[in-house]
Design a protein around this ligand. Structure first.
Ligand code: CTP
Length: 409
C-alpha cells in the first residue's frame, strides 16, 4: 500500500515519542521510505540511534549541520507525506502560526505534500483554548488530524491526550495516500438536532452537537467527494474554508426536509446523521408567551420522517445511510429501521453508554447492512467512525457496480 512512498516522520518532544518507533516500523513494513526528523525535545525521550536503525535513513535534527545546504526544503519538496507523531502543543502552535524554529517546523512550512498530525499532551494542555484554536486552524487548512485517545498519561494521570494507537496512525496515512475512493461522488450529509419553535423565542431542541455528521462531511471531502452538508449547527471550520463542502443552514424538521429532498435528488450518497424532532408544536405563537399567563398547554404534532421519505423515493444506485440512536435493544431496533426506511446502511449507537453519541468527541457504533452480520466499532474518535461509515459506503457502491457488470440473476 505504501510501497515507494517517501514519508517524513517528524517526532517532537513528548513522552509518546517512544511510540513513534512502532509507527516507523509499521510504515517501513508497509513499504514506505521513512525519513526521520526529531526535535531537540524528542531526543530527551528517544535515542536517535533507535529511530535511525528502524527508519530508512539516519535521523536529522538540525537545520544547520547537514552537508546539504537547505535540508528543510529538500525534505518538504521530496516528501509524499509528512507525518508528525507525536505533535506537541509547541509544534502545533508553530505550525498553525507559521513559525519556523527548527528542522521539523521549517519542513512543515516548506512542503505542499499532505500533512498528518497526531497530537499528544496532557489533558489540560489538549483542552486549553490556545491548543483548541490551533487545531481548528490546522483542520481548516486541510491538515489531517488523528485525534488523541483517552487513557493513562505520563505521571499516572488519566484523561484525553494520549497519542493515537500506531495502527490508527498508519491507517490514517494509508487513507491519505490511498486512492480517493469517493472521487466524483456527490454526498449529502445532515448534521445536528432540529429546533422546533414554541413561540417567538423558545424552541424544543435535543442534545445533538452535529459533530458526527460534520466529521462524515469532512471525511467524505477528504476522500474526494463533492459534499453538501445540511446543518442545524454552526460550522465555523468549514464554511468558506473547504470549497468542496457546501453548507446549507437549516433549523426545523420542515427546513431540513425541504433541503434534503432538494439536495438528495442528484446525490450518489445520502447520510442522515441529524437528530430530527419526532414531534413539533402544532401552533406557534408569533409573540413571546408571558409568564403571567400561566404554563402554556403545548399540543404537539408529528414531523415527517424525512429518512423514510428519502428511502421511498430513492433512485437506483443511490446509497442511503441512516442513524439509529437507541438506549435499548440496539441491534433489533436498528434492523427494524433499516428495513422500514429502505436503507442500505444504518449506523446504530447506544446513546446510553459512556462516551457514546450526543455531544461527545467519541462514539461507538454497530453498522448494519441488509443480509450481512452486524459490524461493531468500539469507542474511538468521531473522525474514525466517519471513515468506518464511509468504508462501508464504498463497499456497498463497489458491490453494486460489480452486480451491474456481472448480474447474479
Ligand atoms: N429521522 C428522520 N426524520 C424523523 C425522525 C428520524 O429522518 N422525523 C431519521 C434520523 O435522522 C435517523 C433515523 O431516522 O437517521 C433514525 O432516527 P431515530 O431517532 O433513531 O429513530 P426514529 O425513526 O425517530 O424512531 P424512535 O424515535 O422511535 O427510535
Amino acid at each position: 500500500m505504501l510501497t515507494g512512498k517517501r514519508i517524513v516522520l517528524g517526532v517532537s518532544g513528548g513522552i509518546a515519542a517512544y511510540k513513534a518507533v512502532e509507527v516507523c516500523r509499521r510504515l517501513v513494513d508497509a513499504g514506505a521510505h521513512v525519513v526521520p526528523v526529531m526535535t531537540r525535545g524528542a531526543e530527551h525521550f528517544l535515542g536517535r540511534t533507535t529511530l535511525s536503525a528502524l527508519a530508512s535513513e539516519p535521523v536529522q535534527t538540525e537545520l544547520w549541520d547537514a552537508a546539504e545546504p537547505i535540508p528543510h526544503t529538500r525534505l518538504g519538496q521530496t516528501a509524499d507525506l509528512i507525518l508528525v507523531a507525536p505533535a506537541t502543543a509547541r509544534v502545533l502552535s508553530a505550525y498553525a502560526t507559521g513559525l519556523s524554529t527548527d528542522l521539523l517546523t521549517n519542513t512543515l512550512l516548506a512542503t505542499r505534500a499532505p500533512v498528518v498530525v497526531c497530537p499528544a499532551m496532557h489533558t489540560e494542555m489538549w483542552e486549553h483554548p490556545a491548543v483548541v484554536d490551533n487545531i481548528a486552524t490546522l483542520r481548516r487548512r486541510g491538515v489531517h488530524l488523528v485525534d488523541p485517545e483517552s487513557g493513562r498519561l505520563a505521571g499516572g494521570d488519566v484523561g484525553a491526550g494520549r497519542l493515537a494507537a500506531p495502527e490508527r496512525i498508519v491507517a490514517a496515512v494509508e487513507r491519505v495516500l490511498g486512492p480517493a475512493d469517493l472521487a466524483g461522488a456527490r454526498v449529502v450529509v445532515s448534521a445536528g438536532g432540529t429546533r422546533e419553535p414554541i413561540d417567538a423565542v423558545r424552541v424544543i431542541a435535543n442534545r445533538s452537537s452535529g459533530k458526527q455528521g460534520i466529521a462524515i462531511a469532512r471525511a467524505a471531502a477528504d476522500r474526494g467527494a463533492e459534499v453538501t452538508l445540511v446543518s442545524t449547527v454552526p460550522t465555523p471550520g468549514l464554511t468558506g474554508a473547504r470549497p468542496e463542502i457546501r453548507v446549507v443552514d437549516v433549523e426545523t424538521a420542515a427546513d431540513l426536509e425541504a433541503a434534503m429532498s432538494a439536495h438528495s435528488r442528484s446525490a450518489d450518497v445520502v447520510v442522515m446523521a441529524a437528530a430530527v424532532a419526532d414531534f413539533r408544536p402544532k401552533a406557534v405563537a408569533d409573540r413571546k408567551l408571558k409568564k403571567a399567563d400561566g404554563p402554556p398547554e403545548i399540543v404537539l404534532e408529528p414531523t415527517p420522517d424525512i429518512l423514510a421519505g428519502l428511502g421511498a423515493t430513492k433512485r437506483a444506485g443511490q446509497v442511503l445511510v441512516g442513524f439509529a440512536a437507541e438506549t435499548d435493544d440496539l441491534v433489533a431496533n436498528a434492523e427494524r429501521k433499516l428495513r422500514a426506511k429502505h436503507l442500505d446502511l444504518i449506523v446504530a449507537n447506544d446513546v446510553g453508554a459512556p462516551g457514546v453519541g450526543f455531544q461527545h468527541d467519541t462514539n461507538a457504533v454497530t453498522l448494519l447492512t441488509p443480509g450481512a452480520d452486524p459490524r461493531t466499532i468500539g469507542l474511538t474518535g468521531k473522525d474514525d467512525i466517519a471513515h468506518a461509515v464511509l468504508d462501508a459506503v464504498v463497499e456497498i457502491r463497489s458491490a453494486a457496480r460489480t452486480e451491474l457488470a456481472h448480474p447474479t440473476t
